[in-house]
Design a protein around this ligand. Sequence first.
Ligand code: 13P
Length: 255
Amino acid sequence: MRKLMIAGNWKMNKTYTEGVVLAQDLADELKGADVKVDVVVCPPTVDLKGVSEVIEQSEAPFELGAQNVYYAESGAYTGETAPNMLEAVGAKYCIIGHSERRGYFGETDEDINKKAKILMEHDIVPISCCGEPLEIREAGTHVQFVVDQIKADTEGLEISDPSKYVIAYEPIWAIGTGKTATADDAQEVCGAIRQTLVEVFGAETADQIRVLYGGSAKPENIAELVAKPDVDGALVGGASLKAADFASMVVKAGE
Ligand code: 13P
């Protein structure tokens, strides 16, 4: 059985001090709660160390993730972060291929594929994002669009532990807009992603890879989303910046 996951993507929000406070607030909210899902928070790079210390000192029931990585071990790549640097501050997960990185920073499927490979060499779990823009959704070709992304992003990937590779389906038109895809919309594409994973990795592996939904997920809709057979949790943006909301999603997803 796949264990559900609720992951928070803080995006470019929270200074170091604010990040430490938010992580501490979340640890306090979840203290004594019956946490039945895997919980991950992904702060900005400069906040990682501080959040890592909060997790350790509070024995908080969540793990640390980064929002990006570069696909080289070290060298002349000004401004980038290597996988061993993430490892050194305690990051266990890393988001790759978010639509904001694809859109604003020109990240390609080839880059995302390389990032997944180097992360897995470092035992950091990729949370690999995919999802269609509004015009593709309106044209009705969204399933094929996402299937093509998954095929390109997973090319040549060898997965020995399927619990350590995560996909997040985030339709771009639903991100930060308040427009959530319906649970049926999410299931349609997450189901197609699962089928593609069966083709790429075989049924046994595909059955254990978590496929999250992202895009205006919040306490009010999380239960309906995770009730769908191929939706294994959520990658949460806005609602992850409020400790009480995010904690409530963690609890509701586990009910
Ligand atoms: P929102 O939850 O703010 O729509 O963001 C979703 C997202 O992009 C998470 O990575």
